[in-house]
Design a binder for this molecule. Structure first.
Ligand SMILES: O=C(O)CCC(=O)C(=O)O
Ligand SMILES: [Fe+2]
Length: 311
């Protein structure tokens, strides 16, 4: 039986920003995961989003398949991806729906028909905007936590055109049969800057703090009502030269149906992610070459979703 992870709790609205930044630093160095409270997204809105999500996933498969993932927006059916190709499983037992940036001009999002789901788009757009603004507030505290100016990431242009992707997830919870290993989401780390996750109270999420140690030790992440579970992604791990960890995590099936909402914040596609000065020294040299954020993400998505060229 996995133990419970004791993740730190960060208060986004605390007036003591330096103390909060310090706690964030400690949380990111030790766990790469923490709870975020007082983030400004009301529980009432969160529960409406979960309701809309459940309505969408209850539509017949052929309705959902009318909105297949294109330009990284839309529906991904069960077993469409395998986050850990080394696991040899037939693909993760989850279905999802991606919503990308709500740009006025180039909005590539796909929406279910208003006839089927009349309040869907408005509810999801409201949630997207609120979670994006919480994520941006958190990024400025992360800058402080790295001994940088709190506007550092804005100043280097990372947030001029941030790539926020909201993903609704539905896990049927099936346990498979004894011969086949099945995961809700197999072991992975997230690709981008940070992820803000809302869960519905059904267990399943686990983290592994030491990704290079065998055997892997998994700890359960409990649901905290109203809080986001935040984790550092690989791009921040690169930016910080591994000072902040992008922690391995997975979702185990429990036999219970489960819903979650993951918001992935990635920088501007043309932002160059390069080791921060505050994170390297002569005795701790830069570990990764600079990369262009958009190219890096495209490549990670290509590996996850197979050889299709669009991300
Ligand atoms: O559903 C969850 O709790 C986690 C989802 C996740 O890790 C992901 O989509 O990257
Ligand atoms: Fe993840």
């Amino acid at each position: 039986m996995a133990e419970a992870a004791k993740l730190p709790v960060i208060d986004l609205s605390s007036p003591d920003r330096f103390a909060t930044a310090n706690s964030i630093r400690q949380a990111c160095v030790e766990y790469g995961f923490f709870y975020l409270v007082n983030h400004g997204v009301e529980e009432e809105l969160l529960s409406r989003v979960f309701e809309e999500s459940s309505k969408f996933f209850s539509l017949p498969l052929d309705e959902k398949m009318k909105l297949p993932r294109k330009e990284h927006r839309g529906y991904t059916p069960l077993h469409a991806e395998n986050l850990d190709p080394s696991s040899g499983s037939k693909g993760d037992s989850k279905e999802g729906f991606y919503i990308g940036p709500l740009e006025k001009n180039a909005n590539l999002n796909q929406w279910p028909s208003e006839e089927d789901l009349p309040s869907w788009r408005l509810t999801l757009e409201a949630y997207y905007n609120k979670v994006m603004s919480a994520a941006k507030r958190l990024v400025s505290l992360i800058a402080l936590a790295l001994n940088l100016d709190e506007h550092y990431f804005e100043k280097v242009g990372a947030l001029d055109n941030p790539q926020g992707f909201l993903r609704l997830l539905h896990y049927p919870g099936d346990l498979g049969n004894p011969e086949e290993e099945i995961f809700g989401a197999s072991a992975h780390s997230d690709y981008g800057m940070i992820t803000l996750l809302a869960t519905d109270g059904v267990p399943g999420l686990q983290v592994c703090r030491e990704k290079f140690k065998e055997p892997r030790i998994w700890e359960n992440v409990s649901h905290m009502p109203g809080a986001f579970i935040v984790n550092i992604g690989d791009m921040t791990e690169r930016w910080t030269n591994c000072l902040f960890r992008s922690t391995l995590h997975r979702v185990m099936p429990t036999g219970q149906e489960r819903y979650s909402l993951a918001f992935f914040l990635d920088p501007n596609p043309d932002c160059i992610v390069q080791c921060l000065e505050s994170c390297c020294s002569e005795s701790f040299p830069q570990r990764f070459p600079p990369i262009c954020s958009g190219d890096y993400l495209q490549e990670r998505l290509r590996v996850t979703y197979g050889s299709e060229s669009e991300g």
